[in-house]
Design a protein around this ligand. Structure first.
Ligand code: SF4
Length: 372
């Protein structure tokens, strides 16, 4: 798996905690540092084949087609991309003209993930998004002419949108030619504008009850679509689940390039500084990561539990027993029998899965079973 973090945005959305700078001045130095990083880390994945490529950010669609072509040439000259099945790029609606979409497709991108977030003007304005609802619809239309595999993101639990408007947004999304939908509960990340607004009391804290109600509405309305939930925040038509994200959940090794990008080799995680200047300096000095963390067997067990329980497929108990020992498997089943509400989980065909209602509590349920 290959991930590229493109660290540019036109402006910052209020809820966003991803690393990006709100201008394009550093493009040249980013591209230059990226060339160095690719040379430096070309052997990182060893014999692990690259099956998915993902350009995220930031806003990758702020790169021109020529810049993307250069990056693609760099990657395909360095890595074996012959086994790539899925090549996703995140895009914002403003950039998705018919010509840009066709150009992306010609470069090999075969899946587009569009940051729509809402179809309601007041919600988009509150979030600091740069597009209108009409522009989002037009962008999806343009993208659908070039891509079969389209995903859009929506955010719920926003106090500027009541339940009736959330239902309206879902109906609009279900009517679009998209095969995949990601719905995230509004979470003010620590370094986000909204987090600071809440701290200063210029915005009310996020309403967890509203988010829970709107998650429930999403569950109720899902049968009106062709989508099925496969992870707490992700819904797809059968066969259109994100291969890239599913691989993270399976602990597949990945190489992350660009500032703030993380990499995982199966045992340890490394990451680049969340700072474009520092990233460029590191690469100029041949420093291939800012920090490194070696995962213990307990860490890997806890992550297997957390990532698995967030998916509808759940945790494969046989694989868990084979990897971490039969005693741990037994202890886990016992923990669920004694500490987890029966309506929140089930064990079926050797898989421990949370129910649709249980998924809402996935993080807490997983943490209650962690090894500390
Ligand atoms: S949500 Fe996307 S567009 Fe908005 S600031 Fe974050 S990365 Fe940039």
């Amino acid at each position: 798996m290959l991930y590229l973090h493109v660290p540019f945005c036109k402006s910052k959305c209020v809820y966003c905690g991803f690393y990006s700078v709100a201008n394009l001045h550093g493009k040249e130095s980013f591209l230059d540092a990226l060339r160095k990083e690719v040379r430096l880390r070309q052997d990182y994945l060893g014999k692990n084949p690259i099956r998915t490529v993902y350009f995220g950010g930031g806003t990758p669609s702020l790169l021109t087609l020529n810049e993307l072509e250069d990056i693609m040439r760099l990657l395909s000259d360095t890595f074996d991309l012959g086994n790539v099945q899925e090549f996703t790029m995140e895009a914002n609606p403003e950039q998705l003209t018919p010509g840009y979409c066709a150009g992306l497709r010609a470069l090999g991108v075969n899946r587009l993930s569009i940051g729509v977030q809402s179809f309601q003007g007041p919600v988009l304005r509150f979030m600091g998004r740069r597009h209108t609802a009409e522009e989002a619809l037009k962008a999806v239309d343009n993208a659908a002419a070039a891509f079969d595999n389209l995903s859009i993101d929506l955010i719920y639990g926003v106090s500027e949108r009541d339940n009736a408007h959330w239902r309206e947004d879902l109906r609009t999304a279900f009517a679009l030619p998209v095969r995949h939908l990601s719905c995230y509960a509004l979470t003010p990340e620590e370094n986000s504008i909204l987090y600071k607004q809440i701290e200063r009391r210029s915005h009310a804290p996020v309403d967890d009850d509203l988010a829970a109600q709107q998650y429930q509405i999403l569950q109720e309305m899902l049968p009106l679509s062709n989508l099925q939930q496969y992870e707490i925040s992700n819904f797809a038509m059968p066969g259109f689940e994100s291969k890239h994200n599913s691989s993270y959940w399976n602990h597949t090794p990945y190489l992350g390039l660009g500032p703030a990008a993380h990499s995982f080799d199966g045992h340890s995680r490394q990451w680049n500084p969340a700072n474009l200047k520092q990233y460029a300096e590191n690469m100029a000095q041949g420093k291939d990561c800012e920090e490194r963390e070696t995962l213990t067997e307990d860490d890997l067990y806890n992550e297997t539990l957390l990532l698995g329980l967030r998916t509808r497929a759940g945790v494969d108990l046989s694989a868990l027993g084979a990897r971490f020992g039969g005693l741990r498997r037994k202890a886990l089943e016992e923990h669920f029998r004694t500490h987890v509400a029966p309506e929140h989980y089930r064990i079926e065909k050797d898989r421990l899965c949370l129910t649709a209602t249980g998924l809402w509590f996935a993080d807490g349920i997983a943490q209650s079973a962690f090894l500390v």
